[in-house]
Design a protein around this ligand. Structure first.
Ligand code: 5GP
Length: 298
């Protein structure tokens, strides 16, 4: 058992540490978003133990009334601690912090949303697998799909395999960042919550989706970096599609037709990467997460 004087001393120390964090935010020495991220990443941190009210009122220009109005708007109860917020609240407070406060420390890492798209059979799956292997710290979004699992595919790892009704409910609830009917056959969608949460915590995320989906993501989140993966040549793409033998001849033809249309969309993308060497393509994608300026690569 902790003796009461010891407990009292711990409480006093924690209060002093909280006061120091608030003072650092007020003086501009620490960035409010950076403090919030630590709170959301580490449950037992001093930052996590700050009440949202005291956190907000330590920011310049925010008094008790404004703080109450902000929490009201964001749906956060006044006595909540930063570390006890739910996903939606982290999302809304993170968004608010990003949009309304000037960045005191522009160098704090901000998560990047990388959207990896490209024509069918260009090798997106292979590049993604290599990124997972070489860079295990990178976050990937797991899409939901109405298509049946292929041999070896695991629910919750490769996709969330859902029924058509379940997919409808996810769309109706507003849980999808984007969704599309791919190859005129099955629906695929990106669950929104885990992505916004990862970005708010400062982690970059990769989405491997089709081109229609990439366009929708760019509309919803203009800061997303759209990457177009190109095959070394059209002939090589045809060879890869026929060679993998996972689709029927009819399905292959349909995918080739889609690929032709998809090829024409490459100018809408921020970056193009040619997949002639899987390791290099994987490294080029990961490099984008740390790069400040986007540029075209060919
Ligand atoms: P496959 O059935 O071969 O796994 O995937 C078919 C296509 O669906 C691929 O081009 C893939 O990029 C795309 N796709 C996978 N997940 C999503 C998603 O969440 N949204 C969209 N729009 N496309 C996706």
């Amino acid at each position: 058992m902790i003796d009461p004087t010891q407990a009292g001393a711990i409480a006093v120390r924690r209060r002093q540490e909280r006061a120091a964090v608030k003072k650092a935010i007020a003086s501009g020495e620490r960035d409010a978003l950076e403090v919030a991220r630590i709170a959301w990443d580490q449950d037992d941190s001093i930052e996590a133990s700050l009440r949202v009210t005291e956190f907000l009122t330590s920011m310049r220009g925010i008094g008790p009334d404004r703080s109450t109005a902000i929490m009201d708007k964001l749906g956060i109860s006044p006595r909540k601690r930063l570390g006890a917020l739910g996903t939606r609240q982290i999302e809304s407070l993170g968004e608010w912090l990003r949009s309304t406060t000037p960045r005191n420390s522009p160098d704090i890492p901000t998560g990047r949303l990388i959207v990896l798209a490209g024509p069918t059979a260009v090798g997106k799956g292979t590049v993604v697998a290599r990124i997972r292997e070489l860079f295990p710290e990178v976050h990937f979004s797991v899409s939901a799909t109405t298509r049946a699992p292929r041999p070896g595919e695991v629910d919750g790892v490769h996709y969330f395999f859902v029924s058509s009704d379940e997919f409808d409910s996810m769309v109706e609830r507003g849980d999808m960042l984007e969704w599309a009917l791919v190859h005129g056959l099955n629906r695929y969608g990106t669950p929104r919550g885990p992505i916004v949460e990862a970005l708010t915590r400062g982690h970059s995320v990769i989405l491997e989706i089709d081109i229609q989906g990439a366009r929708l993501v760019k509309k919803a989140m203009p800061e997303a970096v759209l990457v177009f993966l190109l095959p070394p040549s059209w002939d090589e793409l045809v060879r890869r599609l026929r060679g993998r033998g996972t689709e029927s001849a009819e399905e292959q033809e349909r995918r080739l037709q889609t690929a032709q249309v998809e090829f024409e969309a490459q100018d809408e993308f921020d970056v193009a990467i040619v997949n002639d060497n899987v390791d290099e393509a994987a490294a080029a994608v990961v490099h984008l997460m740390t790069e400040h300026q986007t540029k075209r690569r060919g």
